[in-house]
Design a protein around this ligand. Structure first.
Ligand code: ZN
Length: 191
């Protein structure tokens, strides 16, 4: 796990955004733009706050003993992330399933783990694996399945300009990988 990063220096980021505006041919002193560099700095700090979080920190001990040994699924979790190649948003939803082995996670914490990794510069493939591994680690689950479905603005606004393509990535660990029936149950539950 990556070391927790220090806070963003918003004044320094704002300075850089101001220079960026100049390079792009804008006048950073005109009315509409005067406060933009600091707004962008604060916005970027928020959108990358995952660098300053850890799965253990967001879980905050919300792991509960339970006799449960069945599949638990949380689906339609909203996802907002930014691609590391263009720093443009990608967004959509994700579904997380796991088979508990005496330990269950607080349900809101699953969404927080997704945020912890999506609020960084990412590629969707790595994001999917990181969420699966974090759930596995936190719950000591028998198996974990994670599916992300996202649309990428870097494909929609530029590049190939494909407006309707959706990227689907999945990561299956433990029994979700080895047991066809478990995988099928998960996939039918998230339809
Ligand atoms: Zn991109």
């Amino acid at each position: 796990m990556k070391k927790k990063q220090k806070e963003v220096n918003e004044a320094r980021v704002a300075e850089l955004v101001r220079s960026l505006l100049v390079e792009l041919g804008e006048d950073p002193d005109r009315d509409g733009l005067v406060k933009t560099p600091m707004r962008v700095a604060k916005s970027l700090a928020f959108l990358t706050r995952g660098y300053r979080q850890t799965p253990r920190g967001v879980l905050n001990g919300a792991v509960f003993d339970a006799g449960a040994n069945h599949m638990i699924v949380l689906r339609h979790i909203e996802v907002y992330s930014m691609c590391e190649h263009h720093m443009l948003p990608f967004f959509g939803s994700c579904a997380v399933g796991y088979i508990a082995k005496n330990k269950v996670l607080g349900v809101s914490k699953i969404a927080r783990i997704v945020d912890c990794f999506s609020r960084r510069l990412q590629i969707q493939e790595r994001l999917t694996e990181q969420v699966a591994e974090a759930i596995q680690d936190a719950a000591g689950a028998e198996g974990v399945g994670v599916v992300f479905k996202c649309r990428h603005l870097c494909m929609m606004m530029r590049g190939v300009e494909k407006q309707n393509s959706e990227m689907v990535t999945s990561a299956m660990l433990g029994s979700f990988r080895t047991d066809e029936k478990v995988r099928q149950e998960f996939l039918s539950l998230i339809q």
